[in-house]
Design a protein around this ligand. Structure first.
Ligand code: SF4
Length: 365
């Protein structure tokens, strides 16, 4: 069987397509699984002709608000290969299967992991990609035990499953864990111990990052030591709760600093344009300035939002073009984003508190 894997033309800058945040790892796993079965597999990113006539076309989806590109791709390949079975899977398809079926009625919709997770344990064959990557993606767990209101993880992967080890999977010097809540894995200490002492065939050790934030409730002092010893880069502490959690976040940051991470290494993840007001979010931002750590901000969009027409930059947008949470305004969303950006630069440049770079000019606020 010939299988075409399709990553739709998502609005990702070309230079970021192979960034670890955007790699279509689901498709790569499925492709690896089918190669092992002896199937022909080809990956296309965007809308192009395939070198063979596929029997099946598997289209992945990502955020719900990037659904338009998914349906464009499904329609394109359905037109190009009318006898092929078209299947749509991934995050949007799992969260909004009805919407997906309605908009591409000719396609089969895969909810959750592909065929119940049959591709999960297959080593990823990175040669499916035309480029040679210097990193690899690893999942030490799937799902999450928590049920945060804004998050789709527990809806897409309702069962929290985990591995005892990842050693047999390691083949590259840089690992990127795609786990949603890495520290919740009951075997995480052992896994980090193993990564700390692991050496590749050429004697090289590995470094690693985690795409998601670390659950601060699970970031103990002992774990901080393990993170550093296992050569974790750029730890990110998740701070989605209220400002009143500040002492626990501060403690987590201090634990990371105590084991050697500095202001250029540590990040705090926070979601805005959601339940916490602009004023409260600004207090969280100020706290990060006091602790001299940078922020990764994530603008909330409802899980069922099939479009997002937010345009970054200072120019205002009319209401209705993108999702603005109750209590927030377009000006607040842009003001928050701007403040985070300025503050991150100030921390990177080690400017004294109260000083920012704005354009080329430094100003006191
Ligand atoms: S802890 Fe993180 S992954 Fe788990 S439900 Fe909350 S936001 Fe999602």
């Amino acid at each position: 069987m010939n299988i075409l894997l399709v990553e739709p033309d998502f609005p990702i800058a070309d230079k970021s397509r192979n960034h670890s945040h955007f790699l279509p790892i689901g498709l790569l796993k499925i492709g690896s699984y089918h190669r092992r079965l002896g199937d022909g597999v080809h990956l296309i990113r965007g809308l192009k002709e395939c070198p063979f006539t596929p029997d099946r076309v598997l289209v992945t989806s990502l955020f719900t608000y990037w659904s338009r590109q998914v349906h464009e791709a499904a329609a394109f390949y359905h037109g190009l290969y009318p006898s092929a079975e078209i299947e749509i899977g991934g995050i949007y398809a799992s969260l909004m299967p009805e919407d997906c079926r309605r908009r591409s009625p000719f396609a089969r919709v895969q909810v959750g992991l592909y065929r119940g997770g049959c591709a999960e344990t297959v080593p990823v064959d990175y040669t499916i990609l035309p480029e040679n990557l210097e990193y690899q993606i690893i999942h030490a767990s799937r799902g999450c035990k928590r049920h945060c209101a804004f998050c789709g993880t527990w809806r897409i992967e309702p069962k929290f499953t985990y591995k005892k080890t990842v050693l047999p999977e390691i083949e590259k010097p840089r690992l990127v864990f795609y786990d949603n809540n890495l520290l919740a894995n009951p075997h995480i200490d052992r896994i980090l111990d193993e990564v700390a002492t692991f050496r590749l065939g050429n004697g090289r050790s590995v470094t690693w990052e985690c795409q998601s934030g670390l659950d601060l409730r699970l970031l103990t002092a002992e774990r901080a030591v393990l993170l550093e010893r296992s050569r974790m880069k750029y730890p990110r502490v998740a701070w989605d709760g209220p400002y009143s959690d500040w002492s626990r976040v501060k403690q987590a940051v201090q634990r990371l600093k105590a084991v050697g991470y500095g202001r250029k290494d540590i990040f705090v993840f926070m979601i805005y344009n959601h339940a916490l007001s602009y004023v409260e979010m600004m207090k969280k931002v100020d706290a990060c300035r006091r602790w001299r750590v940078r922020i990764i901000d994530c603008r909330y969009r409802p899980l069922e939002a099939a479009e997002d027409n937010y345009r970054p930059g200072p120019r205002p947008q009319q209401p209705g073009l993108y999702y603005i949470h109750h209590g927030w305004t377009d000006a607040a969303v842009r003001g928050f984003r701007r403040k985070v950006r300025q503050q991150n630069i100030a921390i990177l440049l080690d400017l004294p508190r109260g000083r920012y770079i704005r354009g080329c000019e430094q100003r006191k606020v």
